[in-house]
Structures are given as C-alpha cells and as structure tokens.
Design a protein around this ligand. Structure first.
Ligand code: BG6
Length: 509
C-alpha cells in the first residue's frame, strides 16, 4: 500500500469511528405526528437504516405520539407495513425485531396537558430502565400546532433549558415554517420563549441530500471553479426542481400552501444560497449559515407589478380535480422566476428558478452557464455557430452527479467543433446507495450539528424575499394561473420569460 492509500484508509477508519454513538449522542426521540405520513414514509425508514448501520446505540428509543387510538402493537404493525414499502434497503425480519423493541406509542391530544404528563411518565420509565435522558422532540405536525406543543412541553417540565449541559433537549421543526414573514417572525418569537436557538433544528430536507452538500465541496474543494464563479465569467445560473408527481393525496395542505411556500421559500433558496455564498470561515455550523444568510439578505425583492413581469404562476390541468382542492383554486403548482443577487460577486447576473409538479420528468439540478468566448478563432461561420457556452451542471436527483459541457475538436482533417460532456456519476464512482436526506439530518440533530438546518434569520430572510411575490399574487384575484398539461415542461410563458432575456431553459428529463 502506498503512503497515500494508507493515509486514506486511516481516514476512512476515523470516519467510521464518528458513527460510533457516545452517551452524548444517544436520545429518546419523541415524534408528534407519530402516525402521520412523514413519520411513516421518511422518519421511521431513516431510523431503521441508522439502526442497521450501528449509528444508534442500545439506549436509543422512539416514542410516537398522535391522536389515533391504538396500542403499541398496533402502532408497530402500522410502521412495519410502512417500512416494507418505503425503506431504501429491503426490510429484514431480525433487524425489524431489534428496531421494534425501541418503538413506543402514546395516544394523546396535543392540546391536553394530560398527554404531556403521560409522556413524562413514559420518558422517566425508559430512563429508569437504562434509556437515554437526552430528549429530541420532532414536530412532524402542521406548523400551527407548534406553539401549543412547545408551551405544553415547557409546562410539563420536559425541556431542559439550561443550555448545552447534559442531558440535552432539542426540537426539530418541519416546514413550512410560517406562511409569510409576519407569521414566521411570530413563530420564531414563540419558539424563542421556550428554547435557545441552539436547541432548535429547522429542517429543510434538501440540505440533507448528499448532492446538495456536494455543492460546497465542489466549489471549495477544487481550485478550478472558484476563480470563475462570479459575474466576470458566469452568464447566468438556472435551478430546476421538476417533479413528475402531483399533490399525492395532500390536496388540503397543498391548496393552502402552493409551490412558492412549499418549495421556493425553503428548498430552492437554500440551494441558491449554497451555489452563490462566499467561502465560509470554516465548515462550522454558524460560519456556513452566516454566509447563506448573506445571500438571502442580498436577494433583490420582486414587488408590485414587477412580479407579473418576472414570475410565472402555473397550475397543472388536473389539479382542481384533486381531492380537497377548491374547484376554482388559483394555487400555483408551478413557478418560474428571474431574480438577482445584489452583491459584489453577482451584480447583474440573472438567476432563473423553475419548480413544479406534474412535469415531464423528475429532475433537480443546478446549471452554471458560463459566458461565451470573446472571439471565435475558427474561421468559418458554420463552425463558429457550433461554439456553445460551457455549462457546469450539478445533478441533485435523480442520476446524481456533475457534468461539464466543453467544446472539442471533432476528429477529422478539417477544423470542426462540437460540444461534449464530461460526466461524473455518483452511482458509478462510489458504487453504494445514496442515503436518504432524513438519515443524515436525524443523525446530525442527535449529534448536535446544526449546519444542515436553517437558522432563525435564514428563515426570515427567505420569507422576506418570497412574501411580496405571494402578496402580489394573492392580491391579483382576477388573474388566473397559467394552465399546463400534465407531463409537459410547464406553461409556455416560462419559455417566453427566458427568451425575453435571450436565454434558454435546459431540457427537463
Ligand atoms: C417537500 C414538499 O418538502 O419536498 C413536497 O412538501 C415535495 O411537495 C418534496 O414533493 C420534494 O422532495 P424530493 O426530496 O422528492 O425532491
């Protein structure tokens, strides 16, 4: 083994050691909304995989809490079925048996103090039996339930507020974090009455995706990109999050929410921040979050009539027929927009964001489109017309990877050129499955690493950007959404938006 390989092997061993849980890294996880969709589809499969990999120790336990009347066995059966359907690795009976022993259930109403007394008794029983005294509360509930749950937890003495001293208490909160800037600020105020900021983990599952984390590694782990990553060399950046599915039975929630609250305020703006932020002082949570916030603060607001110039609101044709969606709903299921970041690095560079449901294919990616070369040296017009701009594409999902479009000489006696693509694929290179975002995020919250969670000011600045857009749309009741066919690329107007600026969207799919 060469020196270099040896060092790498030692590093991998050290990496594995990080996964070995310590006393401080164990906890009892209490999930409010314990029988809900998120718990069944995402949280429990993530915990099952973490347990299989040895990232959770024998003190770890989970208590699901919901209104549903059922006993522990009924709850475990419900979860077993959910795991069989949703876990990324097939469910194995022996591993399920070990996992099931850690799962407990409490039927309780979130408002009723009695339920919190029962929860305290259950937590104390588990601790007396050797369980962890650290407590992680996961609010997998609608955001409106958060204030009452937090106050009841506090009244019941279930939250340790004495800073970082052991045993710790932390709370994970799901999005959408508020409905607009005012409600997000109000929620932050209430949360701040009960918890220190270092106890709050506001989840945005995009930050837990491997490929989203790789944006920073690609930018700051390589020398060749960063010098070009600015207004001098970048023509524009486009970010697409296309889904091939519709609202999937979440009509009631979605019709009140819409694509801008559901996807832009959180996921897209986080991806945009990672792509455009300055280099952080270090990879510590607050150093990275400070830089993400700077981007959000520099986003130029789109207000009033400008909204209808630069933002497209679309709706897929079958949306109004979905269960629990109003027959005359204006809720957008698609949006495309052009925005600017007013800072030294990005002044004048347009950013195009596009996101929607029921589109041609599932595809989330970031494309950095570079400026054309200043002069074509290859003589003939037909050759010069083949000169395309370089494009660096970070493929977030599916088919995770990075590709770079470059111009190359076509083999032959004459000088002919063509664009070719250099491609790095995660699955081919690493040959192991990509973990679900929730696995990483749950583990980080247990370990106390908040890097991949949104800080209070981040959430508020993101709302500051989207709220005027939402207001303009909600005030303009006479304007309907632009309809688009299911399985299409979205409304034609999104193409026109790009053409107006002499650019083109990348193909979806
Ligand atoms: C969720 C949204 O946050 O993200 C959903 O509420 C959306 O509407 C989902 O479908 C997309 O996540 P992913 O990981 O499938 O891209």
């Amino acid at each position: 083994m060469s020196d270099q390989t040896l060092r790498f092997a030692q590093l991998s061993d050290a990496g594995a050691a990080l996964l070995t849980p310590t006393q401080q890294d164990s906890c009892t996880l209490v999930i409010f909304g314990g029988a809900g969709d998120l718990t069944r589809r995402k949280l429990m499969p993530a915990l099952y995989n973490l347990l299989r990999e040895g990232a959770l120790d024998e003190r770890f336990a989970v208590i699901g809490l919901s209104r549903r009347e059922q006993d522990g066995d009924g709850y475990r059966e419900l979860l077993k079925q959910a795991l069989a359907e949703h876990t990324r690795e097939p469910l194995q009976e022996p591993e399920w048996v070990v996992f099931a022993e850690r799962i407990h259930y409490l039927s309780a109403n979130f408002e009723d103090p009695e339920g919190y007394r029962a929860l305290r008794d259950r937590l104390e029983q588990l601790e007396a039996a050797g369980g962890s005294a650290n407590r992680l509360f996961y609010l997998a509930t609608p955001p409106s339930a958060a204030p009452i749950i937090l106050h009841r937890l506090q009244e019941a003495g279930l939250i340790n507020t004495s800073g970082s001293s052991s045993p710790w208490s932390r709370v994970i909160m799901e999005k959408p974090y508020g409905r607009d800037l005012d409600s997000a600020q109000e929620l932050n105020r209430i949360v701040g009455e009960v918890l220190g900021e270092d106890q709050v983990y506001r989840i945005d599952h995009y930050l837990g995706k491997e490929t989203v984390q790789n944006i920073l590694v690609a930018r700051f782990g390589n020398t060749i990109f960063e010098p070009l990553w600015n207004r001098k060399y970048v023509d524009h950046i486009q970010i697409t999050a296309a889904e091939a599915i519709g609202v999937e039975g979440r009509g009631r929630f979605y019709d009140q929410t819409g694509v801008i609250r559901d996807m832009v305020q959180s996921h897209l703006l986080q991806v945009l921040s990672l792509c455009t932020m300055e280099a952080p002082l270090s990879f510590a949570a607050d150093d990275i979050r400070d830089k993400r916030v700077e981007v959000l603060r520099s986003l130029r607001q789109i207000t009033g009539s400008q909204v209808f110039e630069d933002v497209i609101f679309g709706q897929y044709r079958g949306y109004r027929d979905e269960a629990n969606v109003a027959a005359d709903s204006r809720t957008p299921t698609y949006t495309a927009m052009k925005c600017f970041i007013d800072n030294w690095r990005w002044q004048g560079v347009p950013f195009f964001l596009r996101v929607g449901k029921q589109l041609r294919a599932r595809m989330t990616e970031v494309s950095v489109v570079f400026r054309p070369v200043p002069l074509c040296l290859f003589g003939r017009d037909e050759v010069c017309q083949q000169l395309e701009s370089n494009v660096l594409t970070i493929r977030i999902q599916p088919d995770e990877g990075i590709d770079l479009k470059i111009v190359s000489k076509r083999p032959g006696d004459s000088l002919d050129v063509r664009s070719v693509v250099m491609d790095f694929s995660y699955s081919e290179t690493f040959k192991r499955p990509i973990k679900e975002a929730y696995e990483r995020l749950l583990l980080d919250a247990i370990r106390g690493d908040a890097t991949l969670f949104a800080r209070r000011d981040e959430v508020e600045h993101a709302w500051r950007f989207v709220s005027p857009i939402l207001k303009a749309w909600e005030d303009a009741q006479r304007i309907g959404p632009l309809f688009y066919a299911e399985g299409s690329d979205g409304p034609m107007e999104a193409e026109r938006l790009m053409r107006r600026y002499d650019r083109r969207w990348r193909e979806i799919g």
